[in-house]
Design a protein around this ligand. Sequence first.
Ligand SMILES: Cc1cc2nc3c(=O)[nH]c(=O)nc-3n(C[C@H](O)[C@H](O)[C@H](O)COP(=O)(O)O)c2cc1C
Length: 313
Amino acid sequence: MIDWTDRHCRRFHRAISQHTWLYTEMITTGALVYGDRNRFLAFNEEEHPVAFQIGGSDPEHLAACAKWIEQAGYDELNLNVGCPSERVQKGSFGACLMAEPDLVADCVKAMRDACSIDVTVKHRIGLDYDESETMLYEFVGKVSEAGCNTFIVHARNAVLKGLSPKENRDIPPLRYEVVKRLKQHFPHLQIILNGGITTVDAIKSHLDWADGCMIGREAYSNPWLLAQFDEVIGQPTDTRTRFNVIDELRAYADQELRKGESIRNITKSWLGLFHGQPGGRLYRQVLSDSTLLKANNWQVVEDALAKMLKHAA
Ligand SMILES: Cc1cc2nc3c(=O)[nH]c(=O)nc-3n(C[C@H](O)[C@H](O)[C@H](O)COP(=O)(O)O)c2cc1C
Protein backbone atom coordinates (compact mmCIF):
# COMPACT_ATOMS: atom_id res chain seq x y z
CA MET A 1 0.00 0.00 0.00
CA ILE A 2 1.45 3.29 -1.17
CA ASP A 3 3.01 5.32 1.66
CA TRP A 4 2.19 2.54 4.12
CA THR A 5 3.93 -0.76 3.38
CA ASP A 6 7.45 0.58 3.00
CA ARG A 7 10.42 -1.52 4.08
CA HIS A 8 10.16 -0.37 7.71
CA CYS A 9 6.54 -1.45 7.85
CA ARG A 10 7.34 -4.81 6.27
CA ARG A 11 10.23 -5.38 8.70
CA PHE A 12 7.80 -4.62 11.53
CA HIS A 13 5.15 -6.98 10.17
CA ARG A 14 7.74 -9.69 9.80
CA ALA A 15 8.57 -9.39 13.48
CA ILE A 16 4.90 -10.21 14.17
CA SER A 17 4.36 -13.00 11.64
CA GLN A 18 7.13 -15.15 10.23
CA HIS A 19 5.29 -16.71 7.30
CA THR A 20 2.72 -14.19 6.03
CA TRP A 21 3.52 -13.13 2.47
CA LEU A 22 4.31 -9.37 2.44
CA TYR A 23 3.89 -6.91 -0.45
CA THR A 24 5.68 -3.67 -1.30
CA GLU A 25 3.88 -0.47 -2.19
CA MET A 26 3.14 -0.18 -5.90
CA ILE A 27 6.28 1.12 -7.64
CA THR A 28 5.97 2.18 -11.27
CA THR A 29 8.15 0.95 -14.11
CA GLY A 30 9.09 4.62 -14.64
CA ALA A 31 10.54 4.81 -11.11
CA LEU A 32 12.77 1.81 -11.78
CA VAL A 33 13.72 2.69 -15.35
CA TYR A 34 14.38 6.42 -14.84
CA GLY A 35 14.57 6.89 -11.06
CA ASP A 36 16.81 5.88 -8.18
CA ARG A 37 16.41 2.15 -8.88
CA ASN A 38 18.45 0.87 -5.97
CA ARG A 39 16.44 2.87 -3.50
CA PHE A 40 13.13 1.58 -4.88
CA LEU A 41 14.38 -2.02 -4.87
CA ALA A 42 15.84 -1.97 -1.35
CA PHE A 43 14.41 -4.32 1.25
CA ASN A 44 15.61 -6.10 4.39
CA GLU A 45 16.62 -9.76 4.09
CA GLU A 46 14.32 -10.56 7.05
CA GLU A 47 11.30 -9.58 4.95
CA HIS A 48 11.17 -12.85 2.98
CA PRO A 49 8.80 -14.03 1.65
CA VAL A 50 8.19 -10.66 0.01
CA ALA A 51 6.54 -9.67 -3.28
CA PHE A 52 7.34 -6.56 -5.30
CA GLN A 53 4.30 -4.82 -6.76
CA ILE A 54 4.84 -3.07 -10.06
CA GLY A 55 2.64 -0.60 -11.92
CA GLY A 56 3.02 -0.28 -15.68
CA SER A 57 1.77 -1.43 -19.06
CA ASP A 58 4.78 -1.37 -21.35
CA PRO A 59 5.91 -4.98 -21.87
CA GLU A 60 9.51 -3.98 -22.62
CA HIS A 61 9.82 -1.86 -19.50
CA LEU A 62 8.10 -4.51 -17.42
CA ALA A 63 10.53 -7.14 -18.69
CA ALA A 64 13.52 -4.98 -17.74
CA CYS A 65 12.00 -4.36 -14.30
CA ALA A 66 11.29 -8.09 -13.83
CA LYS A 67 14.99 -8.84 -14.27
CA TRP A 68 16.03 -6.20 -11.71
CA ILE A 69 13.36 -7.33 -9.26
CA GLU A 70 14.46 -10.95 -9.48
CA GLN A 71 18.14 -9.97 -9.15
CA ALA A 72 17.31 -7.90 -6.07
CA GLY A 73 15.99 -11.11 -4.47
CA TYR A 74 12.21 -10.68 -4.35
CA ASP A 75 10.09 -13.84 -4.16
CA GLU A 76 7.20 -12.74 -6.38
CA LEU A 77 6.40 -10.05 -8.91
CA ASN A 78 2.86 -8.69 -8.77
CA LEU A 79 1.30 -6.49 -11.45
CA ASN A 80 -1.18 -3.84 -10.26
CA VAL A 81 -4.43 -3.90 -12.25
CA GLY A 82 -6.51 -2.53 -9.39
CA CYS A 83 -5.48 1.07 -8.76
CA PRO A 84 -8.19 3.50 -9.99
CA SER A 85 -6.40 6.83 -9.40
CA GLU A 86 -6.59 9.48 -12.15
CA ARG A 87 -2.81 9.80 -12.22
CA VAL A 88 -2.42 6.07 -12.75
CA GLN A 89 -5.13 6.08 -15.46
CA LYS A 90 -3.24 8.86 -17.24
CA GLY A 91 -0.22 6.58 -17.25
CA SER A 92 -2.46 3.83 -18.75
CA PHE A 93 -1.95 1.30 -16.00
CA GLY A 94 -3.74 0.10 -12.87
CA ALA A 95 -7.45 -0.79 -12.93
CA CYS A 96 -8.13 0.61 -16.43
CA LEU A 97 -6.08 -2.33 -17.76
CA MET A 98 -8.94 -4.69 -16.90
CA ALA A 99 -10.48 -3.54 -20.18
CA GLU A 100 -7.32 -4.58 -22.04
CA PRO A 101 -6.79 -8.27 -21.29
CA ASP A 102 -4.63 -8.81 -24.40
CA LEU A 103 -2.22 -6.09 -23.31
CA VAL A 104 -2.07 -7.47 -19.76
CA ALA A 105 -1.42 -10.93 -21.20
CA ASP A 106 1.48 -9.46 -23.22
CA CYS A 107 2.81 -7.77 -20.08
CA VAL A 108 2.63 -11.00 -18.08
CA LYS A 109 4.30 -12.97 -20.84
CA ALA A 110 7.10 -10.41 -21.11
CA MET A 111 7.72 -10.56 -17.36
CA ARG A 112 7.53 -14.36 -17.27
CA ASP A 113 10.07 -14.62 -20.08
CA ALA A 114 12.41 -12.22 -18.29
CA CYS A 115 12.44 -13.80 -14.81
CA SER A 116 11.84 -17.08 -13.05
CA ILE A 117 9.97 -15.85 -9.97
CA ASP A 118 6.16 -16.09 -9.88
CA VAL A 119 4.34 -13.38 -11.80
CA THR A 120 0.94 -12.64 -10.23
CA VAL A 121 -1.78 -10.05 -10.88
CA LYS A 122 -3.91 -8.02 -8.47
CA HIS A 123 -7.14 -6.73 -9.93
CA ARG A 124 -10.80 -5.81 -9.34
CA ILE A 125 -13.96 -7.72 -10.26
CA GLY A 126 -15.09 -5.21 -12.86
CA LEU A 127 -15.11 -1.61 -14.02
CA ASP A 128 -17.53 1.22 -13.29
CA TYR A 129 -21.10 0.03 -12.74
CA ASP A 130 -20.97 -3.09 -14.94
CA GLU A 131 -22.00 -5.98 -12.71
CA SER A 132 -21.79 -8.67 -15.39
CA GLU A 133 -18.88 -11.02 -14.95
CA THR A 134 -18.02 -11.30 -18.64
CA MET A 135 -15.07 -8.92 -18.49
CA LEU A 136 -13.68 -10.64 -15.38
CA TYR A 137 -13.73 -14.13 -16.96
CA GLU A 138 -12.22 -12.89 -20.21
CA PHE A 139 -9.53 -11.05 -18.26
CA VAL A 140 -8.55 -13.95 -16.00
CA GLY A 141 -8.82 -16.45 -18.88
CA LYS A 142 -6.45 -14.55 -21.19
CA VAL A 143 -4.00 -13.52 -18.48
CA SER A 144 -3.77 -17.07 -17.11
CA GLU A 145 -3.05 -18.39 -20.60
CA ALA A 146 -0.07 -16.00 -20.66
CA GLY A 147 1.39 -17.72 -17.59
CA CYS A 148 -0.16 -16.12 -14.51
CA ASN A 149 -1.45 -18.72 -12.04
CA THR A 150 -2.24 -16.49 -9.08
CA PHE A 151 -4.84 -13.72 -9.04
CA ILE A 152 -5.39 -11.47 -6.05
CA VAL A 153 -8.91 -10.17 -6.41
CA HIS A 154 -10.18 -7.04 -4.67
CA ALA A 155 -13.88 -7.97 -4.55
CA ARG A 156 -15.17 -4.58 -5.72
CA ASN A 157 -15.55 -2.86 -9.07
CA ALA A 158 -13.25 0.08 -9.73
CA VAL A 159 -15.12 3.22 -10.71
CA LEU A 160 -12.76 5.09 -13.01
CA LYS A 161 -14.58 8.41 -13.17
CA GLY A 162 -16.14 10.27 -10.26
CA LEU A 163 -14.73 8.38 -7.25
CA SER A 164 -11.44 9.07 -5.50
CA PRO A 165 -9.08 6.15 -4.73
CA LYS A 166 -10.28 6.24 -1.12
CA GLU A 167 -13.94 6.15 -2.17
CA ASN A 168 -13.07 3.33 -4.54
CA ARG A 169 -12.03 1.26 -1.52
CA ASP A 170 -15.34 1.79 0.27
CA ILE A 171 -18.24 2.74 -2.01
CA PRO A 172 -18.44 0.04 -4.69
CA PRO A 173 -20.05 -2.88 -2.84
CA LEU A 174 -18.00 -5.90 -1.81
CA ARG A 175 -19.16 -8.92 -3.78
CA TYR A 176 -17.31 -11.96 -2.45
CA GLU A 177 -19.71 -14.29 -4.26
CA VAL A 178 -18.29 -13.07 -7.59
CA VAL A 179 -14.79 -14.11 -6.51
CA LYS A 180 -16.10 -17.44 -5.27
CA ARG A 181 -17.70 -18.11 -8.67
CA LEU A 182 -14.41 -17.12 -10.33
CA LYS A 183 -12.62 -19.79 -8.29
CA GLN A 184 -15.28 -22.36 -9.27
CA HIS A 185 -14.84 -21.42 -12.91
CA PHE A 186 -11.02 -21.62 -12.77
CA PRO A 187 -10.41 -24.26 -10.06
CA HIS A 188 -6.80 -24.81 -11.19
CA LEU A 189 -5.84 -21.16 -10.50
CA GLN A 190 -4.85 -19.71 -7.13
CA ILE A 191 -7.50 -17.15 -6.23
CA ILE A 192 -6.65 -14.87 -3.32
CA LEU A 193 -9.50 -12.81 -1.86
CA ASN A 194 -9.02 -9.17 -0.88
CA GLY A 195 -11.27 -6.40 0.45
CA GLY A 196 -12.93 -5.69 3.78
CA ILE A 197 -11.39 -8.61 5.69
CA THR A 198 -10.72 -7.59 9.29
CA THR A 199 -10.87 -10.66 11.54
CA VAL A 200 -9.25 -14.07 11.82
CA ASP A 201 -12.71 -15.68 11.86
CA ALA A 202 -13.51 -14.06 8.52
CA ILE A 203 -10.19 -15.27 7.10
CA LYS A 204 -10.86 -18.83 8.25
CA SER A 205 -14.30 -18.85 6.69
CA HIS A 206 -13.05 -17.45 3.34
CA LEU A 207 -10.29 -20.06 3.31
CA ASP A 208 -13.00 -22.73 2.96
CA TRP A 209 -12.99 -21.87 -0.73
CA ALA A 210 -10.31 -19.22 -1.43
CA ASP A 211 -6.63 -20.09 -1.76
CA GLY A 212 -5.63 -17.17 0.42
CA CYS A 213 -6.68 -13.82 1.83
CA MET A 214 -4.94 -10.49 1.40
CA ILE A 215 -5.41 -8.03 4.25
CA GLY A 216 -4.83 -4.34 3.56
CA ARG A 217 -6.01 -1.58 5.87
CA GLU A 218 -6.68 -3.73 8.94
CA ALA A 219 -3.13 -5.11 8.85
CA TYR A 220 -1.89 -1.54 9.04
CA SER A 221 -4.24 -0.12 11.65
CA ASN A 222 -4.30 -3.24 13.81
CA PRO A 223 -1.01 -5.01 13.04
CA TRP A 224 -1.28 -7.41 15.97
CA LEU A 225 -3.89 -9.24 13.89
CA LEU A 226 -0.92 -10.75 12.06
CA ALA A 227 0.18 -12.51 15.25
CA GLN A 228 -2.42 -15.23 14.55
CA PHE A 229 -1.67 -15.70 10.86
CA ASP A 230 1.15 -18.24 11.15
CA GLU A 231 -1.15 -20.55 13.05
CA VAL A 232 -4.02 -20.01 10.64
CA ILE A 233 -1.82 -21.10 7.72
CA GLY A 234 -0.61 -24.15 9.66
CA GLN A 235 2.91 -22.90 10.40
CA PRO A 236 2.73 -21.93 14.08
CA THR A 237 5.78 -20.14 15.46
CA ASP A 238 6.96 -19.16 18.94
CA THR A 239 4.52 -17.21 21.04
CA ARG A 240 5.58 -13.62 21.41
CA THR A 241 4.20 -10.44 22.86
CA ARG A 242 3.94 -6.94 21.47
CA PHE A 243 6.84 -6.02 23.77
CA ASN A 244 9.00 -8.80 22.26
CA VAL A 245 8.35 -7.26 18.85
CA ILE A 246 9.55 -3.83 19.98
CA ASP A 247 12.61 -5.41 21.65
CA GLU A 248 13.44 -7.23 18.44
CA LEU A 249 13.19 -4.03 16.41
CA ARG A 250 15.39 -1.95 18.67
CA ALA A 251 18.57 -3.11 16.92
CA TYR A 252 16.93 -2.52 13.53
CA ALA A 253 15.91 1.01 14.52
CA ASP A 254 19.42 1.81 15.81
CA GLN A 255 20.96 0.60 12.59
CA GLU A 256 18.53 2.63 10.46
CA LEU A 257 19.07 5.75 12.59
CA ARG A 258 22.81 5.41 12.07
CA LYS A 259 22.18 5.28 8.31
CA GLY A 260 20.35 8.62 8.58
CA GLU A 261 16.73 7.42 8.60
CA SER A 262 14.32 9.29 10.90
CA ILE A 263 12.69 7.68 13.93
CA ARG A 264 9.36 9.00 12.62
CA ASN A 265 9.66 6.99 9.40
CA ILE A 266 10.92 3.89 11.16
CA THR A 267 8.11 3.80 13.72
CA LYS A 268 5.22 5.20 11.66
CA SER A 269 3.77 1.72 11.09
CA TRP A 270 4.10 0.82 14.79
CA LEU A 271 1.40 3.28 15.87
CA GLY A 272 -1.37 0.66 15.84
CA LEU A 273 0.55 -2.03 17.71
CA PHE A 274 -1.36 -1.52 20.98
CA HIS A 275 -4.69 -0.90 19.23
CA GLY A 276 -7.52 -1.80 21.63
CA GLN A 277 -5.14 -2.32 24.59
CA PRO A 278 -5.31 -0.34 27.86
CA GLY A 279 -3.24 2.79 27.32
CA GLY A 280 -2.92 2.06 23.60
CA ARG A 281 -4.10 5.55 22.72
CA LEU A 282 -1.44 7.15 24.91
CA TYR A 283 1.25 4.99 23.29
CA ARG A 284 0.05 6.20 19.89
CA GLN A 285 -0.11 9.84 21.00
CA VAL A 286 3.44 9.85 22.37
CA LEU A 287 4.84 7.99 19.37
CA SER A 288 3.32 10.55 17.01
CA ASP A 289 4.30 13.62 19.06
CA SER A 290 6.27 15.89 16.72
CA THR A 291 8.24 17.53 19.52
CA LEU A 292 9.39 14.20 20.93
CA LEU A 293 10.10 12.83 17.48
CA LYS A 294 12.39 15.78 16.75
CA ALA A 295 15.04 14.36 19.12
CA ASN A 296 15.23 11.57 16.52
CA ASN A 297 16.23 8.75 18.82
CA TRP A 298 14.85 5.64 20.53
CA GLN A 299 13.75 7.57 23.63
CA VAL A 300 10.34 8.37 22.10
CA VAL A 301 9.57 4.65 21.94
CA GLU A 302 10.58 4.19 25.59
CA ASP A 303 8.43 7.19 26.53
CA ALA A 304 5.43 5.82 24.63
CA LEU A 305 5.71 2.44 26.36
CA ALA A 306 6.25 4.01 29.78
CA LYS A 307 3.22 6.27 29.47
CA MET A 308 1.04 3.38 28.33
CA LEU A 309 2.21 1.08 31.15
CA LYS A 310 1.72 3.79 33.75
CA HIS A 311 -1.85 4.29 32.53
CA ALA A 312 -2.56 0.55 32.54
CA ALA A 313 -1.10 0.01 36.05
C1 LIG B 1 -3.11 3.99 1.77
C2 LIG B 1 -3.42 2.87 0.81
C3 LIG B 1 -2.55 2.62 -0.23
C4 LIG B 1 -2.80 1.56 -1.10
N1 LIG B 1 -1.88 1.30 -2.07
C5 LIG B 1 -2.04 0.18 -2.83
C6 LIG B 1 -1.01 -0.23 -3.72
O1 LIG B 1 0.05 0.39 -3.81
N2 LIG B 1 -1.23 -1.33 -4.47
C7 LIG B 1 -2.39 -2.07 -4.36
O2 LIG B 1 -2.54 -3.09 -5.04
N3 LIG B 1 -3.36 -1.71 -3.53
C8 LIG B 1 -3.21 -0.61 -2.75
N4 LIG B 1 -4.18 -0.27 -1.86
C9 LIG B 1 -5.43 -1.08 -1.80
C10 LIG B 1 -5.27 -2.27 -0.84
O3 LIG B 1 -4.20 -3.09 -1.23
C11 LIG B 1 -6.53 -3.13 -0.81
O4 LIG B 1 -6.74 -3.69 -2.08
C12 LIG B 1 -7.78 -2.35 -0.41
O5 LIG B 1 -7.52 -1.45 0.65
C13 LIG B 1 -8.89 -3.32 0.01
O6 LIG B 1 -8.44 -4.22 1.00
P1 LIG B 1 -8.68 -3.95 2.57
O7 LIG B 1 -10.16 -3.77 2.76
O8 LIG B 1 -8.16 -5.20 3.25
O9 LIG B 1 -7.93 -2.73 2.93
C14 LIG B 1 -3.97 0.77 -0.96
C15 LIG B 1 -4.84 1.03 0.09
C16 LIG B 1 -4.58 2.08 0.97
C17 LIG B 1 -5.53 2.33 2.11
